[in-house]
Ligand binder design. Structure first.
Ligand SMILES: [Zn+2]
Ligand SMILES: [Zn+2]
Length: 349
């Protein structure tokens, strides 16, 4: 099993998780072009990705999502709350009255029913062996246009691919494509295990100021290796502590140094947000978890989502090392620092 952190931090997050037969991308928080560049750097083949999983709708987790999913034509897995929040975010729309909104929902339902009645195949989602009763939500028919034509074919494989970064329709008569269009959308629920290929995935709720944010534990069915991602959380609630038991690789947030944040450049309101119960984990909070609650089972602990303004890699590292130093049995744990600017070498177990 393999984890490749392509980017981590408030300017963008994305990580490849791969088992023997399945490969997924967790978050797509850089531009599509930059994500593809980093995958090439880390020797991760984008064409081999089976799906994209989204933790929450903040820009540093979804910036390149629509473009990448369309280009690779792979399904995107969200919670329903996150998907709805994302659609709202990317859809430029004048404020709706409640009646208009009800009408919109009704139209969406009708479009879905029409598609189902036509038996329209739903991209590759059907072949992924997903379980757990998740509903597939096909995009409305009109938004199928931008990807269905031969132009999209040419773009995906052609040398000019990079120039189509924004997937804009050709200027002129064609209607503007739906910015929220995705080839296929699958819903999961935090706390409910589901599978993609031979990857078993357990999403867990995290306390963060987004619609329905989550972290993930991935387990490869072939070798029972477990890898977890837990960033963007204001504190460590019991459900997260228990989700992070028995993991072999743990990507864990160590966002800020408390002193640097307090003395740093952020406006007071932003400082309050970061420090709040729905903000980000400080080095101190992460160290406290490692010293008190962590079971010591991981071969690698990857510290991630470090703030560039309010943290220093040495401080985060030192803090985590000190937390583990008190526990002699844990000296086998290796601590790595995920980077904002470059991919980390793949971690293979
Ligand atoms: Zn984030
Ligand atoms: Zn966030």
């Amino acid at each position: 099993m393999r984890m490749t952190v392509l980017a981590s931090g408030s300017k963008g997050n994305s990580t490849v998780i791969a088992s023997a037969r399945t490969r997924v991308l967790v978050d797509a928080g850089l531009s599509c072009r930059e994500l593809l560049r980093r995958m090439a750097q880390a020797q991760e083949d984008p064409a081999a990705l089976d799906a994209i999983l989204i933790t929450h709708e903040h820009q540093d987790h979804v910036a390149g999502l629509a473009t990448l999913a369309r280009r690779l034509r792979i399904p995107v897995f969200f919670t329903e709350g996150t998907h709805r929040a994302w659609v709202r975010m990317v859809t430029p729309r004048a404020t709706m009255t409640y009646a208009q909104w009800l009408d919109h929902i009704q139209q969406e339902k009708a479009a879905r029913a029409a598609l189902a009645a036509q038996g329209v195949p739903q991209a590759r989602a059907a072949s992924l062996g997903t379980v757990g009763g998740m509903g597939t939500v096909p995009a409305p028919p009109q938004s199928l246009d931008p990807i269905a034509g031969p132009r999209a074919e040419a773009t995906a494989s052609g040398a000019e691919a990079a120039s189509a970064e924004d997937e804009e329709g050709s200027p002129g008569a064609a209607p503007k494509p739906d910015p929220a269009y995705l080839p296929a959308v699958e819903y999961f629920h935090s706390g409910a295990n589901f599978s993609i290929g031979d990857l078993s995935i357990t999403p867990f709720t995290i306390p963060h100021d987004a619609a329905d944010p989550c972290g993930f534990v991935f387990e490869s069915r072939s070798d029972s290796i477990r890898m977890a991602i837990a960033t963007d959380l204001g504190y460590m609630p019991p459900n997260v502590k228990s989700a992070l038991k028995r993991v072999d690789v743990l990507l864990l947030e160590s966002n800020h140094d408390l002193e640097m944040l307090k003395d740093g450049p952020y406006p007071w309101a932003v400082k309050q947000r970061v420090l709040s119960r729905v903000g980000h984990l400080s080095n101190h909070a992460t160290a406290e978890f490692l010293a008190r609650d962590y079971d010591g089972g991981a071969t690698y602990i990857v510290l991630g989502h470090l703030s560039e303004a309010n943290n220093a890699p040495e401080l985060a590292l030192l803090s985590a090392e000190q937390a583990l130093a008190g526990r002699m049995t844990l000296l086998g744990n290796r601590i790595l620092l995920a980077q904002q600017a470059a991919p980390l070498a793949p971690i293979c177990l």
